[in-house]
Write a protein that binds this ligand. Structure first.
Ligand code: ADP
Length: 483
């Protein structure tokens, strides 16, 4: 038996699923938060810049009317009334000298920094930190003035930096539960998804240890795993049935072989140890041969049944006219029937073509007719007919014989089973098993109804369309896939 692959828990599907799911979940959350951060930051920046541009336009208009003094007056008045705007202003002359600078009082900006700051190109934005590199910055833009000078207006980014810093903290804090939730969710998902697989694994382990009765519980969820469990349980049922069938067949065969072999041995021993004349020896050997032939026939039939049940019986599929087969078999059995004074009548519809193995179908009809004659007392009747109806091609064999008790009916198809009524009649109890195996091998069906004392009726149904002889391919050997 091959050994189990080494167990590597970190490579278990559940661990990998948990890692994938958690990584996907956390990654998605980080991506979403990053997008939110970017949108918030750009929207705050746009708002700040709109305010700065508004101020720039307003002051430029003022400049056109009254020069730098007009701006200076307005800003001073605003400061005096406590309603100053939070903007930094710098006016440069055409020679780039600073003509005027302004900062609102609450803003912690060293004016010297503003004085030495580089000139801001038009339609551009320049950042100027208030003191050190980590302190809030000023965001400045400019517009050219009619006199060749330049008006620069800047606003602090402190407010939006504060909002964004706050947002970053919140995100960082939120990431901790998100991470925990992601890993826990992943683990839960992986565990619950793989539960049926683990149950199947347990069941397989139990089966390999010989516990054939174990089954995986179904969940009634109707998903693929449920289907897998259903098929798995079905497969186990089938294996159990096959193993039990084989075991009981083996028991039966051993039992059935023992008696004739003992008989042959006893006879041979008797002859060996006696001074019997040659003709007696010859006669005894003849009897032994007959017994051996019967044994061989039984073994061959058993092998045919096993092959058919295992799906390995080779069939020579060809167009077969059931009416012809029935005629041939009935003719073969007419003397047996006459001997027993049993009337056999046939009524097969002509041209009843099916695709089948001629030899095997003949075996089916012969076995059923043999039984019908065998289990019908003298003076009885056997009718054998074939028709095509909506179920397909149907062969029906009816007798007025001893019938089969209802308790025996389910067992008559078992190998080596012989009913009460078969006592005193020749037979091995293999005829109907072979009939069933061959009919199933042709994807056909069997039905039986019987009343003890009144007779039995066996029906063989070959489903499928009518096939004419002309439309048939040449005989082909088909490997059976199904019983
Ligand atoms: P056997 O060699 O005993 O005939 P079969 O497999 O052909 O074995 O049949 C199994 C049993 O089914 C028989 O022993 C008999 O009890 C019952 N049986 C089969 N066919 C008939 C029938 N036409 N009438 C009554 N009993 C039947």
């Amino acid at each position: 038996m091959s050994s189990a692959p080494p167990s590597r828990p970190w490579r278990a599907i559940s661990v990998r699923l948990t890692v994938y799911y958690s990584a996907y979940f956390v990654g998605s959350v980080v991506l979403l938060l990053g997008l939110a951060y970017f949108l918030l930051s750009s929207s705050l920046q746009r708002k700040d810049r709109e305010a700065i541009l508004g101020e720039l336009r307003e002051l430029a208009a003022l400049y056109r009317g009254g020069g730098p003094t007009a701006i200076q007056d307005l800003l001073a008045a605003q400061e005096a009334s406590g309603a100053s705007e939070p903007f930094v202003v710098r006016v440069l002359g055409s020679d780039h000298t600073i003509r005027f600078m302004w900062k609102p009082s609450p803003l912690a900006l060293d004016l010297e920094r503003l004085r030495t700051a580089a000139i801001v190109p038009e339609q551009d934005w320049v950042f100027l930190s208030l003191s050190g590199p980590d302190t809030p910055a000023l965001e400045i833009t400019s517009v050219a003035l009619a006199d060749g000078g330049r008006l620069e207006v800047g606003g602090s980014t402190a407010d939006r930096d504060e909002v964004l810093r706050h947002f970053r903290w919140v995100v960082l804090l939120a990431l901790v539960p998100v991470l925990v939730l992601g890993i826990a969710g992943g683990a839960l998902l992986a565990t619950s998804t793989l539960r049926p697989i683990r149950q199947i694994l347990r069941a397989v382990r139990a089966v390999t240890e010989g516990q054939m009765r174990v089954r995986v519980p179904t969940r009634q969820s109707g998903d693929e795993l449920d289907e897998l469990i259903f098929l798995f349980n079905g497969m186990l049922e089938r294996i159990v049935a096959l193993v039990e069938g084989m075991r009981s067949a083996l028991d039966n065969v051993a039992h059935e072989l023992r008696t004739p072999i003992m008989r042959i041995r006893g006879t041979a021993e008797l002859v060996v140890h006696s001074d019997a004349p040659p003709e007696v020896v010859r006669q005894t050997l003849g009897e032994c041969l007959e017994e051996l032939d019967q044994l061989l026939a039984m073994l061959n039939t058993l092998m045919d049944i096993s092959e058919a049940e295992a799906g390995a019986l080779k069939l020579r599929a060809e167009p077969v006219d059931l009416a012809v087969i029935i005629g041939e078999v009935a003719e073969l059995y007419q003397y047996v029937a006459q001997d027993k004074t049993v009337t056999v009548s046939t009524s097969a519809a002509p041209d009843l073509w099916v695709t089948a193995d001629r030899h095997r179908i003949r075996q089916v009809v012969a076995n059923l007719l043999d039984n019908a004659i065998k289990y019908t007392p003298s003076g009885g009747r056997v009718e054998i007919g074939a028709v095509r109806d909506d179920r397909g091609a149907v062969i029906r064999i009816r007798d007025t014989g001893i019938g089969i008790p209802s308790l025996e009916l389910p067992r008559i198809w078992q190998r080596l089973y012989r009913g009460e009524g078969a006592r005193g009649q020749p037979g091995l109890g293999l005829g109907l098993s072979l009939v069933r195996a061959v009919v199933h091998a042709h994807h056909g069906r069997l039905e039986v109804s019987s009343r003890p004392g009144a007779g039995s009726e066996f029906t063989v149904i070959f489903p499928g369309e009518h096939v004419g002889q002309d439309s048939q391919d040449a005989a082909a050997t088909v490997q059976l896939s199904k019983l």
